[in-house]
Unconditional design. Structure first.
Length: 375
């Protein structure tokens, strides 16, 4: 077991913040993780789990042992009448895994293309985009108990998935934060796959595609789509039904246009969660701010677009030191010093985040909750 000392973390976090790990251990197998659990006292000194480092703000050097997850491997586990069961190691790159499933003809993850990060981090925050959440395609995962070194498996119900939430984010008695590490994740991809294109940005891409075909069935479908009516995919001729590969390409185009590439300008994706309010609270806000973007959820709650709230407070393009609000999407905070001698510090990012929280609270009475883990 080789524990590295004073390891620079700038290249290992997508914000590109300068910090060091006092000690770092690369975990390339579940067995190595189990050995580490037996030899080190993780109950007394919980480690920091590092996947792709894409949802993290480092505010200083990391004193606890860093476990860098590097368990690799992708495979088709089983093909049943209803599902392709596929599996990946926690250290695999998420987008690489999605692209591999689509290339192999196992569709279902295409809406989640280009989300930065690793496979092992994906269930922790139940990643979601363009109408699909990880929990919609999840089968099971393997993890290791940090205190006992025992390996165990969880199915969906045991993961307590919610909006950007799971059992791995909670430090309560039943929560697994700091107590377990994910080693492998399995997905159930439906053999009777149907496209999911209802999210506004994706509907627009599909509508453009249909107008290029220009046939009358394509034009009819385009009207159905733009009216947000139900599409019965089974009745449509194949040339007007998008493939998983097309949807993946559209998602990649949308994300590239809206979200900054961390290699060019450091960031951690959406910095705040979209807040939920009651219908009464929402009506109150709409009375004052008629343009607020809101979505009615199945449980009656209303989800507000945090990006809109931040944008409405005039934050786009502004910042603190070298930490800034992305000019094309106010929900994303960026490191304007990426690739220079003066990258933003974690302190600057958090000062900016707090200033945004204060102004959104003062104007709308809503406290935005950060999405990334602050270390
Ligand atoms: N909006 C503005 N101004 C802005 C940003 C957004 O007015 O500066 C408005 C948009 O016009 C739109 C609404 O707010 O009407 C929502 O924006 P968008 O469609 O870009 O999605 P989002 O709610 O900001 C969420 C996820 C993203 C995911 C997209 C697409 C969260 C916190 N974020 O963003 O996830 O890619 O939907 O499904 O739920 C991430 O988690 O890191 C992430 C990027």
């Amino acid at each position: 077991m080789l524990i590295e000392k004073n390891v620079p973390l700038q290249a290992l976090n997508s914000f590109g913040i300068v910090a060091k790990a006092h000690q770092l251990l690369r975990i390339s197998s579940a067995e190595l993780l189990q050995l580490a659990c037996q030899q080190l006292d993780f109950a007394a000194a919980p480690p920091l789990i590092l996947g792709g480092g894409c949802n993290m703000v480092l505010t200083g050097d990391v004193k606890p042992l860093v476990l860098k997850m590097e368990i690799m491997g992708k495979r088709l586990v089983e093909e049943t009448a209803r599902y392709f069961i596929v599996e990946a190691g926690a250290g695999e790159d998420w987008h690489g895994f999605v692209a591999w499933t689509v290339e192999n003809g196992w569709p279902g993850l295409e809406n989640l293309a280009l989300i930065p990060g690793s496979v092992g981090a994906a269930p922790v925050q139940n990643i979601g985009a363009y109408g699909v959440e990880l929990q919609d395609r999840f089968h099971s995962l393997d993890a290791v108990n940090l205190q006992t070194g025992e390996a165990f498996t969880l199915v969906a119900a045991q993961c307590a998935f919610g909006y950007r939430d799971s059992v791995f984010k909670h430090a309560t008695a039943t929560g697994l934060l700091g107590k377990a590490v994910i080693t492998r994740v399995r997905f159930a991809l439906p053999t009777a796959w149907r496209p999911e294109v209802s999210y506004a940005d994706l509907s627009r891409k599909y509508a453009d595609f249909l107008s290029q075909i220009g046939s009358s069935p394509a034009e009819n479908l385009r009207r159905v789509l733009l009216n947000q009516e139900f599409i019965d995919w089974a009745d449509l001729s194949p040339e007007i039904v998008p493939t998983a590969q097309q949807i993946m390409d559209w998602v990649v185009q949308i994300r590239r246009a809206k979200l900054p590439d961390p290699k060019v300008i450091g960031n951690a994706g959406s910095f705040f969660k979209n807040p939920f309010v009651s219908p009464e609270q929402c009506a109150d806000i709409i009375a004052r701010e008629p343009k607020v973007v809101s979505y009615k959820m199945a449980d009656g709650q209303i989800k507000l677009a945090a990006g809109w709230l931040i944008d409405a407070c005039g934050w786009k393009g502004r910042g603190v030191g070298n930490a800034g609000v992305y000019d094309k999407q106010a929900l994303v905070l960026v490191n304007k010093g990426t690739g220079t001698a003066t990258p933003a510090s974690g302190g600057e990012v958090m000062t900016l985040a707090k200033a945004i929280q204060t102004s959104v609270y003062e104007r709308f009475g809503i406290l935005l909750e950060p999405e990334p883990v602050v270390v």
